[in-house]
Design a binder for this molecule. Structure first.
Ligand SMILES: Nc1ncnc2c1ncn2[C@@H]1O[C@H](COP(=O)(O)OP(=O)(O)OP(=O)(O)O)[C@@H](O)[C@H]1O
Ligand SMILES: O=P(O)(O)OC[C@@]1(O)O[C@H](CO)[C@@H](O)[C@@H]1O
Length: 302
């Protein structure tokens, strides 16, 4: 069973324009949607959609927090959140003439005591795996993630920015940097797939059993004791890439939960992410046919 921890959830607002962004004028959107978001929450929604037992935890507050709580309840996602005084952030993705603008707030300032409260919620679920996803709100340091990783007898997976990844000290089963985060965390040249695999392999020495590096339209690399695996992305029409990394990670975790090996897990991850990027925002796509999509993903050893 998986518990996801989202220290800094967000309502994701996605607005689409059929013209380019321009300053000093009112831009009128063609469509708008709100989704419950934050990396761990997105993963919990996808894992639930794939019938994997999962509980979403994290910090919620204010009207945006209530929206997330209600949305997850409506979608049948099990939750165990901790209430905070501030208001959960609202992040905006504007898609304008095929360009994507991601505008993320910092989130409410929280007190370090929330880590104890959250750890209590995680322990109460007795999970096998814990995914800590997303940025930290003001008031928390990377220690908040290390404390979850060291807080019980579970494997911890982490998906956060390169600056925070660099600061972590505990032992992790997996981290999932994207290309920029991998570059930030290692300082290595990540301009080629091979360069990414080298950087990921080196980064394992910092306390990560495996590194899953997402490379956008170039696919993904999974590096671990079993070697270096590379999967090309599928050739699809992308609406926006918000939540693509969460989808990749959810597919990998879903396959592992079903007892699959790393190769099948990587193929599943790429398949799930291909479905998410074909939809606006972080809405959960229909994943009933995910096995047949996965059959179209090829993996090779580097
Ligand atoms: N243009 C694309 N075409 C096909 N697949 C894509 C494309 N962009 C992303 N993907 C799929 O999504 C996965 C994750 O993408 P990406 O590296 O952009 O994640 P990310 O930067 O972590 O995203 P986010 O932080 O928004 O969740 C890729 O490994 C790939 O399988
Ligand atoms: O600011 P963070 O925590 O790094 O990222 C938050 C976020 O952009 O990531 C998700 C997509 O991966 C969105 O649901 C959410 O708004």
């Amino acid at each position: 069973m998986i518990v996801t921890v989202t220290y800094n959830p967000a309502v994701d607002q996605t607005i689409q324009f059929d013209e380019q962004m321009a300053p000093d004028r009112v831009m009128r959107a063609d469509s708008a949607q709100f989704d419950a978001g934050g990396k761990g929450i997105n993963a919990a929604q996808l894992l639930t959609a794939m019938d994997r037992p999962c509980v979403a935890t994290g910090l919620l507050g204010g009207f945006t927090g209530s929206f997330i709580r209600e949305t997850l309840q409506d979608d049948g996602v099990e939750t165990a959140f901790v209430d905070v005084d501030g208001t959960t952030r609202l992040n905006t993705t504007a898609i304008a003439a095929a360009e994507e603008y991601k505008l993320n707030q910092a989130g409410p300032t929280v007190d370090e005591s929330v880590v104890d409260a959250l750890l209590e919620q995680v322990r109460a679920q007795s999970p096998d795996r814990v995914l800590v996803g997303g940025s930290l709100p003001p008031g928390l340091s990377p220690d908040a993630i290390d404390r979850i990783a060291a807080g019980g007898d579970w494997e911890t997976i982490v998906d956060t920015g390169g600056d925070v990844l660099r600061e972590l000290d505990a032992q992790y089963a997996l981290c999932k940097p994207n290309r920029a985060e991998l570059g930030d965390a290692t300082g290595a040249d990540v301009s080629t797939v091979e360069g990414c695999a080298d950087a990921a392999d080196t980064f394992r020495e910092r306390g990560f059993d495996r590194v899953l590096a997402s490379l956008g339209a170039d696919g993904a690399v999974l590096v671990g004791d079993a070697g270096r695996l590379y999967a090309e992305a599928l050739d699809i029409d992308v609406v926006d890439t918000v939540g693509a990394g969460d989808a990749l990670l959810s597919g990998v975790l879903s396959a592992w939960e079903a007892g699959a090996d790393d190769e099948t897990a990587l193929r599943t991850g790429v398949a799930v992410s291909s479905q998410v990027v074909q939809r606006a925002g972080t809405a959960v796509p229909d994943l009933d046919d995910i096995d047949s999509v996965r059959d179209g993903v090829t993996v090779r050893r580097l």
